[in-house]
Design a protein around this ligand. Structure first.
Ligand code: 5AD
Ligand code: SF4
Length: 472
């Protein structure tokens, strides 16, 4: 009988991809997925360390497994990903019934480690070297990019896939734990990326999203010279079956003209750029060690508008970073008003032990001030997003249909299915249709909009092969 695997994933797209790959490698060892922890032979948490809250939630989830482990001692419980690398043995100390702790640079070992545990070898810990544990080469080598087989069943949809082009980060923003847990920045060879994209295309994938912590810093030096992200976009554009190419997340200082030109000139590349500003205040940016002044961010933003007037630009902001005054915060509000981002992810600062920020600065903005600033910035951003989406009323957009919306799961059998998809600029569109349309790119006219969603009607009823079956 097949062994059962339960996996929970939190965090960024990189983690979603890691989980897909771990599941694919475990399927090869006879595992099959289950949605029920109780019946699982192996329970894995793929974790995130960017904020404390995400880590504490994993400990709570582990706490809920304590009794299950007592009743079923053979159930393998594992913590993988960033928190495994960040906490290492502490995970065993805080949850002594955990069997497996594996960092993001060691995921290729997961299947063998599970076998070892099943054979009675006891708890297993595999992590990569810390940034100060050796030369850059040595540390980099200990963080392996894990990009083996793919598993379409694990993807949000079979026609969309993430492709890793870079691991790690070298920017060392003072608030951020990522450079410690994901190691030095390393770009994958372009021929590996292209081979993977071609395989995905052959398997029916239409949209690929290139992933890197600072994706536009991608640079591969090989025998044939240096490959930049823009070169990679041109090469990927040649794969006929791929209809859309996206890339996240961008670092403002590396948003070079060759990249903007590639985005402008390549019709399959989505006119969507996620370029986090983090703050609108030079004082704060300096303490964050972001590496640019706000004037440079503004200049970069103006360049994007010049090259790509219709592009959707999105950002991340941290509010309540150490020393952030009301005036600093107002400068973030001003930047949002001025740049009119399509969307911003806003986070309250969370001190991460092990970062320069934790070492150098006090976490001195009170929680209620962080919360108020978060809400205030979000309200400004939401109003802009609503006005921006309002521009689409009465217009026609191309939607890659992803599947039934959450709302449609509450509908009765005789009501039409509500489908959800995205435009080339990453705007979410919902419309009434039928499951045959899933996986196709269709024109929709927009008749209503709010800050997060465009409501559309499909203009032509597509009749084509069924690419999607509703399984849950
Ligand atoms: N506290 C709050 N937000 C953080 N981010 C990164 N580190 C922290 C932290 N310590 C945010 C940044 C980043 C996003 C992925 O998470 O805005 O762009
Ligand atoms: Fe963290 Fe800065 Fe690297 Fe982004 S660029 S992962 S915020 S250190």
């Amino acid at each position: 009988m097949a062994k059962k695997l339960y996996i929970e994933t939190v965090g960024c797209q990189m983690n979603v991809l890691d989980s897909e790959l771990v599941v694919a490698s475990l399927r090869q060892r006879g595992f099959e997925l289950t949605s029920f922890v109780e019946e699982a032979d192996c329970v894995l948490f793929n974790t995130c360390s960017v904020r404390e809250h995400a880590e504490e939630k994993v400990y709570s989830a582990l706490g809920r497994l304590k009794n299950a482990k007592r009743r079923h001692p053979h159930k393998v419980i594992g913590v993988i990903g960033c928190m495994a690398q960040n906490h290492q043995r502490t995970v065993f100390e805080r949850a002594p019934y955990v069997d497996l702790v594996v960092g993001p640079g060691q995921l290729h070992q997961v299947p063998d480690l599970i076998d070892k545990i099943a054979a009675g070898a006891g708890p297993q810990l595999e992590v990569s070297l810390g940034r100060k544990d050796g030369s850059r080469e040595l540390v980099a080598r200990s963080h392996e990019s894990f990009d083996p087989l793919r598993d379409p069943a694990m993807r949000p949809t079979p026609f969309q896939a993430y492709v890793r082009i870079q691991i790690g980060c070298d920017k060392f923003c003072t608030y951020c734990i990522v450079p410690s847990v994901r190691g030095p920045e390393q770009s994958r060879p372009p021929e590996h990326i292209l081979a993977e994209a071609r395989q995905l295309a052959a398997d029916g994938c239409k949209e690929i999203t290139l992933l890197g912590q600072t994706v536009n810093s991608y640079r591969y030096r090989g025998a044939g010279g240096t490959t930049r992200l823009s070169d990679l976009l041109y090469a990927l554009h040649g794969i006929a079956a791929i209809e859309r190419i996206k890339f996240v997340t961008n670092y403002p200082k590396d948003m070079t003209d060759d990249l903007l030109a590639a985005v402008r000139d390549l019709p399959k590349v989505c006119k969507y750029l996620h370029v986090p500003a983090q703050s609108g205040s030079n004082r704060v940016l300096q303490r964050m060690k972001r590496g640019y002044a706000i004037e440079e961010y503004r200049e970069m933003h103006a360049r994007i508008r010049q090259w790509l007037p219709e592009a959707a630009v999105t950002s991340d902001f941290i509010v309540g970073f150490s020393g952030e005054s009301e005036d600093d915060f107002q400068q973030s509000c001003e930047l949002v008003r001025e740049c009119r981002f399509k969307n911003s992810f806003i986070f309250k600062y969370s001190v991460r032990p092990g970062t320069k920020g934790a070492e150098l600065y006090a976490d001195d903005v009170p929680e209620e001030v962080k919360r108020r600033r978060n809400n205030e910035l979000l309200a400004i951003q939401n109003q802009i997003a609503e006005e921006d989406n309002g521009r689409f009323l009465g217009r026609q957009v191309e939607v890659l249909v992803e599947g039934p919306s959450k709302a449609s799961l509450r509908r009765t059998a005789d009501e039409p299915v509500q489908l959800v998809g995205r435009t080339m600029c990453d705007r979410i569109v919902v419309f009434d249709g039928n499951l045959r349309q899933v996986g196709h790119t269709l024109p929709a006219s927009v008749y209503d909009a709010n800050a997060h969603t465009l409501f559309g009607a499909v203009v032509t009823q597509h009749v084509g092969p069924e690419l999607f079956t509703l399984t849950s």
